[in-house]
Design a protein around this ligand. Structure first.
Ligand code: GLU
Length: 335
C-alpha cells in the first residue's frame, strides 16, 4: 500500500518535471528566436544602401523603409518582426513555385530538355545570355526561362492556366495571395524587354503557344501580392517537402520541390548566386519587389522584405539578415 503511494508520488513528480522541462525549452526557443529577430531588426534598420527597382514604375513608389522579417517552421510556428503584414509584389520569387507546377504538369525530362539548368552569369533579363549559347537554353529562374516555363503550364484557356498558377500560390500559403492590379498594369506598360525575349525564344521555337500570351501570364505571376508571413509559409511548404504546414495539404510532390530548391542554389540570387551559396549555403530566391526567401529543408523558411536592391537586383537588407541568421544558427547546408 505504502509502496503504491510512493510509486504514484514519484510518477506524478516525474510528469510534472518533464512537462516543465518541455515547456521551458519550448519557451526558450521562442524567446531566443524572437530575441534574435529583434536584435537583427534593430541592427539592420540602419543599413540604408540600395535603391528600389524603378524600371517598373509601381515598384519605385513602394516605401523604401518597409522592413520585415518572418520565419515559418515546418511545424507551423511563426516568428516575425516589422512590416510582415504589408503586401508586396512577389516578382521573381514566383519563379521556383511556378517551375514546380510546370514539372508537375509536364515531367522532369520535358522541362529540363527545353529550359536548361545552368547559371547564365548574366543579368536576370539578359538577351546576350540567350544569344551566346548555341542551344539558347537558360534556366527557370531568369526571365527567359521563366517565360518559357509559364508557356508550358496546362489549362484549357489562358485564363485557366493563370488561375492554376494563382491557386498554386494560394494553396502553398494561407489562401490569400492576390493579383496586384496596379503592379500588373504598371509592368504590362513597361515590359517591352520581356516581350522581346519571348519573341526571340519563339524565333528559336522554344515557346509553347502564343509567346505574348505567356508574357501576360508571367507578368501576372510576378504581380501576385504577398506579405512576408505569407511568403514564409510558401517557403515552409517547400521546406516541408511540398506539404503545407498549416493545412497539411500536399501541394507539390517532394521530388519536384527538390528540383526547385536545386535550381534556387544555381541561380536564386542571379549573378550573385555563387557568392551567396559560399557565404550562406541555403537555397534562396529574391525578387525586385524587395522580397527574399531562403529555405532550410525539413526546418523552416526565412523571408525578409525590404525594397532597396543592390546592383544585381537583390534586397540589400534581405541578404544581410539571412546571411547573419545562417551564421548564428549554423544553417549552411554543407557545414
Ligand atoms: N517581373 C520582373 C521582370 O520581369 C521580375 C524580375 C525579378 O524580380 O527579378 O523583370
Amino acid at each position: 500500500m505504502l509502496n503504491n503511494r510512493i510509486i504514484t508520488f514519484i510518477l506524478v513528480i516525474s510528469i510534472v518535471c518533464c512537462s516543465f522541462v518541455v515547456f521551458a525549452s519550448e519557451r526558450n526557443t521562442i524567446t531566443t528566436a524572437d530575441q534574435i529577430l529583434k536584435e537583427l531588426y534593430q541592427k539592420y534598420i540602419t543599413l540604408k544602401t540600395g535603391k528600389n527597382a524603378d524600371y517598373i514604375p509601381e515598384l519605385a513608389k513602394v516605401n523604401p523603409n518597409y522592413f520585415g522579417i518572418a520565419i515559418v517552421t515546418v511545424d507551423g510556428k511563426i516568428y516575425s518582426i516589422g512590416d510582415v503584414n504589408v503586401p508586396f509584389a512577389i516578382e521573381s520569387i514566383s519563379k521556383p513555385f511556378v517551375y514546380a507546377l510546370a514539372l508537375q504538369d509536364n515531367g522532369e525530362q520535358f522541362i529540363t530538355d527545353k529550359i536548361g539548368l545552368n547559371a547564365t552569369g548574366h543579368r536576370f533579363n539578359s538577351v546576350p545570355a540567350i544569344e551566346e549559347k548555341p542551344d539558347h537554353l537558360q534556366n527557370p529562374l531568369v526571365n527567359a526561362g521563366a517565360i518559357q516555363i509559364t508557356s508550358t503550364i496546362k489549362g484549357k484557356t489562358s485564363a485557366d492556366k493563370w488561375q492554376r498558377v494563382l491557386n498554386l500560390m494560394q494553396q502553398l500559403s494561407d489562401g490569400k495571395p492576390f493579383l496586384g492590379d496596379a503592379v500588373y498594369q504598371s509592368e504590362m506598360t513597361t515590359n517591352q524587354h520581356n516581350r522581346a525575349i519571348a519573341e526571340l525564344l519563339e524565333s528559336y521555337k522554344m515557346m509553347h503557344g502564343n509567346p505574348l500570351d505567356a508574357v501576360d501570364r508571367y507578368t501576372k505571376a510576378c504581380s501576385v501580392m504577398v506579405t512576408a508571413k505569407q511568403l514564409a509559409l510558401m517557403g515552409a511548404t517547400f521546406a516541408n517537402g511540398g506539404i503545407n504546414p498549416l493545412t497539411h495539404q500536399s501541394i507539390i510532390s517532394r521530388g519536384y520541390v527538390r528540383d526547385a530548391l536545386s535550381i534556387m542554389v544555381v541561380n536564386g540570387l542571379y549573378e550573385n548566386s555563387g557568392a551567396w551559396w559560399w557565404k550562406v549555403g541555403l537555397p534562396a530566391k529574391s525578387g525586385v519587389g524587395g522580397g527574399i526567401v531562403a529555405i532550410i529543408p525539413a526546418k523552416m523558411a526565412i523571408v525578409v522584405f525590404s525594397p532597396p536592391l543592390d546592383e544585381a537586383g537583390n534586397s540589400v537588407r534581405g541578404q544581410a539578415v539571412i546571411e547573419e541568421i545562417s551564421h548564428q544558427w549554423k544553417l549552411h547546408l554543407l557545414s
